[in-house]
Design a binder for this molecule. Sequence first.
Ligand code: AMP
Ligand code: MG
Length: 394
Amino acid sequence: MAEKALLSVEEAEKILGAFPVAVKTETRPLLAAQDRILAQDIHAPFAMPEFDKSAMDGFAIISEDRSPAYKIIETIAAGTLPRLAVTPGHCARIMTGAMLPAGADRVVKRESTREENGTMTIIAEDRNRNIRKKGEDLQAGQLVLAAGERLRAAQIALLASLGMSEVPTARPPRVGILTTGSELVDPGAPLAPGQIYNSNSYSLAAQLRETGAEAVLLGRIADDAGATVEAIASGLEKCDVLVLSGGVSAGDFDFVPAALRAAGFTLHFEKIAVQPGMPTVFGSRDDQIAFGLPGNPVSTFVIFEIFIKPLLLRLQGHAYRPLVQPAVLATAFSRSNGGRTSFIPVTCREGRVVLVSYHGSAHLHSLSQANALLRVPAGLKDIAAGSTVDVRFL
Ligand code: AMP
Ligand code: MG
């Protein structure tokens, strides 16, 4: 059968995974680095905390000192330096975050004390030392964030706490989206009979954004060989990667593979044993990359998710591992043709996989209901209810 000769999903993943990429970097102000991928290892420039400090509002004392009362020698606010050393029978009033005075090695929290006429008495046992020791969170020079990590709010907070106002980040790849199809109309305009809305430009732009790449909308081209070559050539002046939707199958008006060749691209594969998305094209011209995706909206979405997203993340220095988990199939799955690896929209919650109504690669509503894709390996047609299956979360 013809399908036997197709490239397997694993082989296609291997070709993409081996494609050489160079990560471009860009230093950004801290907040502008949010959601980007860190381009260099970050080491702590100093210890955290930088000095022994109080973890409570209370009184700094010598821990062995069991005096019945302690004379208060001074008040130490956060950000001011202690002036006096604490000696037996004495204490310093101290605020959370303030530097511990010399001599003291314990803070009794305020709630466990009573204060009268410049004297403090301990009225309830507080066993905790209530001190944050110098370097207990981080040692100076310690690796705190590794290149390749995404900078989310917690990472931004950490970098700010280390005094960094600028961060080395991966420059997001610029990815051009080119849609082919004479039947397409953009949302907002009325549809004439026989036309449909262009959803792929929008799904791809949204997926690119989620991947941290910059989407460049290059518009729509009619199904015309010359126009396709021209649009590819001019699109590549503006971006690192080009994603074309539609025009890759066997129809009379499917010009994309030939147009990519005419634009000087080498095609590394043109068909994958995958469903949806079989006529997927991957090519390169020097360090520029192009994908041609089948136009059916679920195909476009799934192929991006499985094959393009990992490459775009690698272009940002991020070693992406999709979240794939075993789960139990709630109802039986069956398909008529088992020749290809299928990715089926499902919901997976608490280890249970439920199939959503799915009529095939044009059924976008199905995808919008799903939070994962069920991976059905090539060669398998039927999966019984109760079987353990692999799901890939979206
Ligand atoms: P094609 O891959 O060009 O043969 O298109 C396959 C199917 O996907 C056809 O039904 C097209 O109308 C549809 N299609 C192609 N491009 C898009 C798009 N950008 N948005 C929505 N549907 C599309
Ligand atoms: Mg078409």
